[in-house]
Design a protein around this ligand. Structure first.
Ligand code: C2E
Ligand code: MG
Ligand code: MG
Length: 689
């Protein structure tokens, strides 16, 4: 009689036991890693990793079992029956496949159901294998011990899968493999303890597969499991490479601009701060050059966004081509660029760079077969002279850029402290304007327009006034530009239109009403809809409304502006060209759109009698209007002499202090009502009676 358990300590070949342990551990690690990959990969690739895991798991447990059997040979094993031995391998791989597939696909009870099936598979492998051992004797089974071995196998398999589910990476792999190994070892030795062999030398036995053949088969299976392990390792390395690149790409995207590939705002602020810190320790100085492409919006609007993008790339290449290693170009968005330059000799180095940039950019760009003249404006701030920190330096470079743009663009300006003050004042003013609007401090004054020959009033121009509680009446020259810069003019302009139309609609006399429009109202918001709604709400006859635009409306984006002007004209509203003669290409604009009125700028009228040129210009403009059959209004008429001259020329209308200053509407009742206020009340009473 051989009591298996008691023989363990004495009758094992420890080299083979060690080998079995090595296979068991390697197999478990491979099984778990394949399983992790099955969980991590997309659904279409899951089956591959489930099968790989099942083969590694079933195969390695099978090898472990038989090598352990070879290690334990008390000298009575004659061989291994073919079918039970082969079936034990097949059953193991199949049950592993089913159990692992359930585990991978079923998130809820997958660990328990899948783990139980895997555990049962290991049990089946063990006892099927044992049943194939050819011994000259009877095997007596101890059912209780067998039951215990089944429980061990299932519990540790479920535990292993639970660990795979809840722990990722190396930690999950090691813990789960450990559970699997413990399960297999406990099952094996408990299972061995469950048998007692009663020798029977008289039994007629078929010898089966000899032990050394089985050893070869086990070795082959081991190699197969090892191959799967190597595949996992290679895949992992590729995965780690795939991940590293992703990380690098994400990092690159976080710090670079997708269009030009240049560093972006996030990178830049960090970079400036770093350079400043280094400059603090060393001798060098840092220059921040804020760069803006002149009239970029025009290119975008006229030629489309693709052309705009191409231009940005073109200028990026040009600017990059002249930079040294100590100069970094970044794009902040839109047409805003920044260069950070570290040099010992400032501002000379920055000025030199600015001049070279202006030069290189001035070479025409060919975008979509169109030759474009390009230019930039540059503002420069220097560390430590103009600021200690990235944000201050950036903001000061911006202030200098603003000055460069105001100085006619295509130039550079160095920051000066008064620019900062001007910038702050501008921002403060913008906030004040919005607050004042909410407090209802804006109102309209109306300036009469009259027939030149007779002086009969034909209409009024609405002019915006800010009734400041402390500073008194503020004229538009002081606040319109600020409101345009932050876009608030859109809201303010709508207010003017509503007020003026509602007011004019209430007049007894059907006089015309003129309202000024800002170019910004053409770029933002829906101007046509605004005009249409205001007309509908105020019930003003559209023919009485005249909207005044200056050339700047057309300069920014001619096609778009003309489209809007046509749509407004289609509503029955008149369009006047304001301040005529002061722009760059007034005549071209007259050709581009059929204006309903031309208003000669005040600057020509003002000098009618002391400047021959002014006289000739006014004469020419009036002639032009007559030729085009467009009425002409002369602005800024202050004297009877001017009026007489214009009357002689047959200029249609005049506007100016001579006829009347811009005035609150209450003081103009006599002009817009049929009766003065008191009489109007009487008239109302009479009518109602
Ligand atoms: P504008 O449309 O050319 O308006 C005429 C300007 O000339 C007004 O100045 C008016 O007060 C002034 N003026 C008229 N007659 C005479 C005169 O005989 N002598 C002199 N010295 N000046 C005269 P104001 O009201 O200061 O407006 C200036 C500009 O502000 C306007 O020029 C217009 O472009 C703009 N503006 C006024 N109101 C608005 C508005 O509601 N929206 C927009 N976008 N711009 C407005
Ligand atoms: Mg005007
Ligand atoms: Mg004007």
């Amino acid at each position: 009689m051989y009591q298996a358990l008691t023989c363990l300590a004495f009758e094992h070949d420890y080299t083979l036991v060690g080998l079995a342990a090595l296979i068991c551990v390697t197999g478990a690690l491979t099984t778990v890693r394949c399983l992790q990959l099955a969980l991590e990969t997309e659904r279409s690739r899951q089956n591959f990793w489930i099968v790989a895991s099942a083969v590694a798991g079933g195969g390695s447990v099978w090898c472990t079992h038989f090598i352990a059997m070879l290690a334990y040979d008390p000298g009575v094993v004659l061989g291994y029956a073919v079918w039970p031995t082969l079936m034990s391998l097949l059953v193991a791989i199949c049950t592993f496949s089913i159990g692992l597939a359930i585990f991978v696909r079923n998130m809820r009870a997958g660990s328990v159901i899948g783990g139980s099936i895997v555990g049962a598979g290991i049990v089946a492998l063990h006892y099927l294998g044992m049943s194939g051992v050819v011994i000259p004797g009877q095997i007596v089974w101890n059912v209780t011990t067998i039951a215990l071995s089944v429980v061990y196998s299932i519990i540790f398999s479920v535990l292993a899968l639970t660990l795979v589910r809840h722990h990722t990476g190396n930690r999950g792999q090691i813990l789960a493999s450990l559970a699997l190994v413990v399960g297999v070892v406990l099952l094996h030795f408990t299972g061995m303890g469950a048998i007692t062999i009663v020798p029977d030398p008289t039994m007629a036995l078929e010898p089966g597969i000899p032990g050394y053949v089985l050893a070869f088969a086990a070795a082959a299976m081991c190699l197969f499991v090892l191959a799967i392990a190597v595949m996992c390792i290679m895949f992992d390395r590729r995965l780690a490479f795939e991940e590293k690149q992703n990380r690098q790409r994400i990092e690159h995207m976080a710090y670079h601009d997708a269009l030009t590939g240049l560093p972006n705002r996030a990178f830049l602020l960090q970079h400036i701060e770093e350079k400043v810190q280094r400059a603090k320790q060393g001798e060098s100085e840092v220059a921040i050059l804020a760069i803006d492409i002149d009239r970029f919006k025009q290119v975008n609007d006229i030629f489309g966004h693709q052309a705009g993008d191409d231009l940005l790339k073109n200028l990026t290449l040009k600017m990059s081509s002249i930079l040294s290693p100590n100069e970094i170009l970044a794009r902040l968005g839109g047409d805003e660029f920044i260069i950070v330059q570290t040099d010992t000799k400032q501002p000379e180095a920055a000025e030199r760079l600015a001049k070279r940039l202006l030069d290189v950019v001035s070479v025409d760009a060919v975008i979509q077969n169109v030759r474009l003249r390009t230019a930039i404006s540059i503002g420069i701030a220097l560390y430590p002279r103009d600021g200690e920190h990235a944000d201050v330096l950036h903001s000061n470079a911006d202030a200098a850029l603003y000055r460069a743009k105001q100085s006619g663009r295509n130039c550079y300006r160095l920051f000066e402290p008064e620019m900062d003050l001007a910038q702050r004042a501008r921002r403060t003013l913008q906030i004040e304007i919005e607050d004042a609007f909410r407090r209802d401090e804006f109102e309209l004054h109306y300036q009469a327009q009259a027939e030149t020959a007779t002086g009969v009033i034909t209409g009024f121009e609405a002019l915006l006034r800010w009734k400041h509680p402390v500073r008194g009446l503020i004229l538009p020259g002081e606040f319109i530009q600020s409101a345009e810069e932050n876009g608030f003019i859109v809201e303010l302009g709508q207010f003017v239109l509503e007020r003026a139309c509602t007011e004019a609609a209430s007049w007894d006399k059907p006089l015309s009403i003129a309202v000024n429009l800002s170019p910004v109202q053409f770029q933002h918001g829906d101007l046509v809809a605004t005009v249409r709604n205001v007309l509908a709400k105020s019930k003003l006859d559209p023919a009485r409304l005249e909207l005044e635009v200056t050339e700047s409306v057309l300069i920014n984006d001619m096609d778009h502006a003309i489209e809007i002007l046509h749509a407004i004209k289609a509503l029955g509203v008149g369009i006047a060209m304001d301040d005529f003669g002061t722009g760059y290409s007034s005549l071209a604009y007259l050709q581009a759109f059929p204006f309903d009125r031309i208003k000669i700028d005040r600057s020509f009228v003002e000098h009618l009698h002391d400047n021959k040129q002014s006289e000739a210009i006014v004469r020419a403009i009036v002639g032009l209007g007559q030729g085009l059959s467009v009425p002409i209004t002369a602005e800024g008429v202050e004297t009877e002499q001017q009026q007489a001259f214009l009357a002689e020329l047959q200029c249609t209308e005049i506007q100016g202090y001579l006829i009347g200053k811009p005035t609150p509407i209450e003081l103009l009742a006599g002009h817009v009502r049929k009766f003065p206020a008191s009489e109007a009340a009487d008239e109302d009473k009479r009518r109602s009676a």
